[in-house]
Write a protein that binds this ligand. Structure first.
Ligand code: HEC
Ligand code: HEC
Length: 318
C-alpha cells in the first residue's frame, strides 16, 4: 500500500474513534443547565424531551469499546503499521507460490506469528495422518474405500470445482472428467501426473493464415465436422481433407487425437471448446491454449493421490 493510502486509513480510523469519544462526551455533559428528569427548553410538534441521563452501563460499554478499538489497532496494526506484536494474518503481497513459501519459512525462523500458517499446521497435525494413510494405499484399494473417495471429493470441490464444476463435468474449455474421454490419458498414473505437474496445452496455434484465410478454414472445419458424423458439404469436406494433412501430426491421420500432446480426438463428438461450426471455426482460426495448474506444490503428494483416486473413480465405476 502506498504511504498516502496507508496514512489515509490510519488517520481516518483515528478520526472516527476520536469522533466517537467526542460524541460520547457531548451527550454525557449536561450543557443546558436543566435539572435531571426535567423538561428541556425545546419542543417539536408538542413533543418535549426530558433531561434523562444515558444509562450508566451503556456509557461504560461505549467508552470500553473506544479503548478496545485503540488497543486492537495497536496490537494488530492498521494499513502499513504492523502493530506492536509480531502477529500477521498471512504472508500477503506475494505473487508466486515459491515466494510465499520462502516468506513463510523466513517467518518461522524469525518466530513471527502468522495466523494462517499456524492454522495450516494445526490442520496438518490432525488430518495429515489420514492423508498419509490414503497415500500409502493403491488405487484399487481406495476405490473400495468410500470414506477415502468422499475425502477425495471434498478436496476436489475445494480445489478443482471452480474450473471443472462441482460434479466434475467441466464446462467450455475445462474438460469433463467423468466421460472417459481423455486429453492426456485416463490411467490412474496419467491422471495423477496431470494433477501433480499440471498441463499446458501447446501447439494448437492459429491456423487461419496457413490455411489461406476464411475459405481454407471453412473447408477444414467442414471436414472436421464430417469426422463426427455430421452431414456436410462434400466438396468443402474433400478440400478440407487434403488440408487436414497439416493437422495430422497432432490430431492423427484419422483425427483421433494424441494423448502425448493433449491433442483432442476430433471424431467422437465430445468437444472441449464446443462442436458448433462457429466454435470449431474459432478453435481453428484463433488457436486454443488451455492451462491446467500444477497441484503437487500446493496440496502435496498425499492429497493429490486421494484426489486422483476420486477422479479415476468417476469414469471407472465399480
Ligand atoms: C484454473 C482452472 C483449473 C483448475 C482449478 C483445475 N483444473 Fe484441471 N484442467 C484445467 C484445464 C484448462 C484443463 C485442460 C488443459 C488443456 O486444455 O490441455 C484441465 C485438465 C485436467 C485433467 C486432464 C483431463 C484429460 O482429459 O486428460 C485432469 C485429470 C484435471 N484437469 C484434474 C483437475 C483436478 C483434480 C483439479 C483440482 C486439484 C483441477 N483439475 C483443477 C483447468 C483447471
Ligand atoms: C502442434 C499440434 C497441433 C496441430 C498441428 C493442430 N492441433 Fe488442433 N489442437 C491441438 C491441441 C493440443 C488442442 C487442445 C488445445 C487445448 O486443450 O487447449 C487442439 C484443439 C483443437 C480443436 C478443439 C477441439 C475441441 O474439443 O474443442 C480443434 C477443432 C482442432 N484442434 C482442430 C485442428 C485443425 C483443423 C488443425 C489443422 C489445421 C489442427 N487442429 C492442428 C494441437 C494441434
Amino acid at each position: 500500500m502506498t504511504t498516502f493510502w496507508s496514512a489515509w486509513i490510519i488517520i481516518g480510523s483515528l478520526i472516527v474513534i476520536a469522533g466517537s469519544a467526542y460524541l460520547l462526551r457531548m451527550v454525557i455533559v449536561d450543557k443546558m443547565g436543566v435539572e435531571e428528569g426535567k423538561e428541556m427548553p425545546h419542543t417539536f410538534d408538542g413533543i418535549v424531551e426530558l433531561n434523562n441521563p444515558l444509562p450508566r452501563w451503556w456509557v461504560i460499554m461505549f467508552a470500553a469499546s473506544i479503548v478496545w478499538a485503540l488497543g486492537y489497532l495497536a496490537v494488530y496494526g492498521v494499513a502499513n503499521f504492523e502493530g506492536l506484536t509480531n502477529w500477521k494474518s498471512a504472508n500477503k503481497e506475494f505473487y508466486s507460490l515459491s515466494d510465499v513459501k520462502a516468506a513463510n519459512a523466513k517467518s518461522r525462523e524469525n518466530g513471527e506469528i502468522i495466523q494462517y500458517l499456524g492454522e495450516l499446521d494445526k490442520a496438518d497435525a490432525v488430518y495429515g495422518k489420514t492423508f498419509a494413510k490414503y497415500a500409502a494405499m493403491p488405487v484399487e484399494q481406495l476405490m473400495e474405500d468410500s470414506d477415502a473417495l468422499k475425502v477425495g471429493q471434498r478436496l476436489f470441490i475445494q480445489n478443482c470445482a471452480q474450473c471443472h464444476g462441482s460434479d466434475a463435468r467441466g464446462q467450455r474449455g475445462f474438460p469433463n472428467l467423468t466421460d472417459n474421454d481423455w486429453l492426456y490419458g485416463g490411467s490412474f498414473d496419467k491422471i495423477k501426473e496431470t494433477i501433480s505437474l499440471g498441463r499446458i496445452s501447446t501447439g494448437m496455434m492459429s491456423w487461419k493464415a496457413v490455411l489461406g484465410g476464411d475459405q481454407g478454414v471453412k473447408e477444414v472445419v467442414t471436414y472436421v465436422r464430417s469426422l463426427s458424423g455430421r452431414r456436410v458439404n462434400a466438396k468443402d469436406a474433400a478440400a478440407g481433407k487434403a488440408k487436414f494433412a497439416l493437422c495430422a501430426g497432432c490430431h492423427g491421420a484419422s483425427g483421433t487425437g494424441n494423448q502425448l500432446l493433449g491433442a483432442p480426438n476430433l471424431t467422437d463428438n465430445i468437444w472441449l471448446y464446443g462442436g458448433s461450426t462457429a466454435a470449431i471455426t474459432d478453435s481453428v482460426s484463433n488457436g486454443r491454449a488451455g492451462v491446467m495448474p500444477a497441484w503437487s506444490d500446493i496440496l502435496g503428494h498425499d492429497k493429490v493421490h486421494v484426489i486422483a483416486a476420486y477422479v479415476y473413480s468417476l469414469s471407472n465405476k465399480k
